[in-house]
Design a protein around this ligand. Structure first.
Ligand SMILES: C[S@@+](CC[C@H](N)C(=O)[O-])C[C@H]1O[C@@H](n2cnc3c(N)ncnc32)[C@H](O)[C@@H]1O
Length: 202
C-alpha cells in the first residue's frame, strides 16, 4: 500500500520567512545579517521592492559574490547594498539613517551548506550583531534568528542566543521560540523578536 503523503510543518527558515512576509512592506529597510548564497537576501529584496533597501552582510567573499550574481540574475541587485564584512560591524557600516529605521532583520546563522564548515557564525559576534540590530529596529520592527544546535560551535551559539533573547524585558519586546520538541537529534530553531513600543502585558 502506498504511504500517504504527509504535508510537513514549516522548517525554521520557512517560519522566519512567513513572519517576515507578514510584516515587511514595499519601501521598508531591512538587514540580512548572513547573505550566504543570497536566498534570504533575494527573499527580502522581493518584499521591500524597488523603493526599499536590503543591507546584506557576509564575511566570505565567495558568499557576497554568489549573492551578487543571484540578485543580478533576478533583477534585484539595485535595491540591495552588499557588505563584505561581519555583521558585528553593522553599527559602523549601516548608514546613519538606518538606525531606528529597520523594519526587519534576518539572521540565518551557522555555516553555508556545501562550503567550508569551519566558517561559521560565532556566539560573541552574533550577540554583538543582535544587540545593534534590535536597537536599530523601528518601533514595531521584527527580527528572526535561526540557530543550528548540533554542529561544532552551534550548541554554544544557540545557548547564548537563547540566554540573551530570553532576558529581554517583556514590556518592551515580544520573544517567541519555534523549535521541534520531540526529536532526539538537534534541529534548527527559529527565534522571533518583536519590538513593541506600546506596553505589552506580562
Ligand atoms: C546559514 S549561512 C546563510 C544562508 C544565507 N542566508 C542564504 O540564504 O543562503 C551562514 C552564513 O553566515 C556567514 N557568516 C559567518 N560569520 C559571519 C559574520 N560574523 N558576519 C556575517 N556573516 C557571517 C557565513 O559565511 C555563511 O555564509
Amino acid at each position: 500500500m502506498a504511504s500517504a503523503f504527509v504535508f510537513p510543518l514549516p522548517s525554521a527558515v520557512e517560519w522566519s520567512h512567513r513572519i517576515l512576509r507578514e510584516r515587511i512592506k514595499p519601501g521598508d529597510w531591512v538587514v540580512d545579517a548572513t547573505a550566504g548564497n543570497g536566498h534570504d537576501t533575494e527573499f527580502l529584496a522581493t518584499l521591500v521592492g524597488p523603493s526599499g533597501r536590503v543591507f546584506a552582510f557576509d564575511i566570505q567573499a565567495a558568499a557576497i559574490e554568489s549573492t551578487r550574481s543571484r540578485l543580478l540574475t533576478v533583477g534585484l541587485l539595485e535595491q540591495v547594498t552588499l557588505f563584505h564584512a561581519g555583521h558585528e560591524t553593522m553599527s559602523a557600516n549601516l548608514p546613519a539613517e538606518a538606525h531606528g529605521r529597520l523594519a526587519g532583520v534576518m539572521m540565518n546563522l551557522g555555516y553555508l551548506p556545501g562550503q567550508d564548515k569551519a566558517c561559521i557564525t560565532t556566539a560573541s559576534t552574533t550577540l554583538q550583531a543582535i544587540e545593534v540590530a534590535l536597537q536599530a529596529l523601528t518601533p514595531d520592527g521584527v527580527a528572526t534568528i535561526i540557530v543550528y544546535p548540533g554542529h561544532r560551535g552551534g550548541d554554544e551559539e544557540a545557548e547564548q542566543v537563547a540566554a540573551k533573547l530570553s532576558a529581554l524585558p517583556a514590556d518592551e519586546w515580544q520573544v517567541q521560540h519555534i523549535c521541534a520538541v520531540n526529536r532526539r537529534k538537534p534541529a534548527p530553531e527559529c527565534w522571533v523578536v518583536l519590538k513593541a513600543c506600546a506596553k505589552l502585558s506580562q
